[in-house]
Design a protein around this ligand. Structure first.
Ligand code: GLU
Length: 325
């Protein structure tokens, strides 16, 4: 039986064309993208639809929720898999949000390009072809939302963009990729032991969760501003294993008395520690003051999980358990 793959195009470098004023900007549609790889997709029935034509920094989570709804509808209508093409700047967030909104057996694969079609050696066609092959494969079924880049298959939970322009920008620093594509064949020798939890998209949208940078010698202006006008939640992108300047710890504790404050790391890989460092401003000090360790999630992904939990009415115990998992 022919596999059917539905491609949803959202914009990004993969769909960008030169502008007269200079630079590239979204201009190609889903049919253009699929047309460029038609010579290699024989045996797969590929349909394309352009949902948005945006640089990914301007995609909203509500728009990603629309993509999730369209992916579910496509799977219900018989698609064997779904591919989402978009800008690479926010793939790590889009893929993770899709993973938390969907529990499809059909593969949902997010991809894009680091080089625009007008640049030398564009990577978009190869990434799209590999994503279509992954979405059509039995190997990728039931593995959650995936990100395919540079012939590697990454889980939404662990993938991160770690370079501003190289085609090898996507990595999974904590766990590595779970598979690869070679000569058109999809290999998935690893898969997550536990599926991600699934949330319904809240009708009122997501509550505001602020991502707070936590560099050394920070005077605390932003923490004081958050105390004066607290959002629904905060994710602190702390240093190292979960550390902040000692003079900020009491202020962060005051904030955690009022709203959930999740303690993530800016290190780029590795979980937030819980019981190693005991100095003022350490992870032991901060968690005693009420901050919640982000566990294996980095700050951008922790922000999405916290927002979905708050929208779902989660109390502190559930939030702690969700990040502990
Ligand atoms: N490098 C980004 C991309 O690959 C720029 C723009 C965007 O994220 O949409 O698409």
């Amino acid at each position: 039986m022919t596999s059917k793959v539905q491609v949803f195009a959202l914009g990004g470098t993969i769909a960008m064309a030169p502008r007269r004023e200079g630079g590239v900007a979204p201009g190609l549609n889903g049919d253009d993208l699929v047309g460029a790889v038609a010579a290699w997709t024989g045996g797969i029935d590929v349909a394309a639809e352009t949902l948005f034509s945006l640089p990914s920094a301007s995609l909203t989570f509500a728009q990603v929720a629309q993509v999730a709804a369209r992916a579910r509808a496509a799977a219900d209508a018989g698609a064997s898999g779904i591919v989402v093409t978009q800008g690479t700047d926010t793939i790590e967030e889009t893929a993770f949000l899709l993973d938390l909104l969907l529990d499809l057996d059909a593969p949902v694969v997010v991809t894009g390009a680091m080089r625009a079609p007008s640049q030398a050696g564009p990577d978009g066609p190869a990434n799209l072809l590999a994503a279509i092959q992954t979405a059509a494969s039995d190997e990728a079924r039931g593995a959650g939302v995936l990100v395919v880049f540079n012939d590697e298959i990454h889980t939404a939970r662990f993938v991160a963009k770690r370079h501003t322009h190289k085609p090898s920008a996507f990595v999974s620093p904590l766990a590595g990729p779970i598979g690869w594509i070679a000569e058109g064949r999809v290999h998935v020798p690893l898969r997550p032991a536990r599926p991600a939890p699934t949330f319904a998209w809240p009708a009122a949208g997501l509550p505001e969760v602020v991502l707070l940078a936590g560099p050394p010698d920070d005077g605390g202006r932003l923490v004081r501003a958050l105390l004066a006008d607290p959002p629904a939640g905060v994710v602190l992108q702390a240093m190292g294993a979960g550390h902040t300047p000692r003079h900020l710890a009491p202020l962060l504790g005051d904030l955690a008395d009022r709203i959930p404050v999740v303690l993530a790391s800016r290190a780029g890989a590795g979980q937030t520690l819980r019981q190693t460092y005991g100095f003022d401003g350490s992870e032991i000090d901060l968690t005693r003051r009420g901050l919640i360790p982000a566990g294996m999630l980095d700050a951008p992904k922790a922000r999405i999980l916290l927002a979905l939990l708050l929208a779902d009415g989660a109390d502190r115990a559930r939030i702690v358990a969700a990040f502990d998992d």
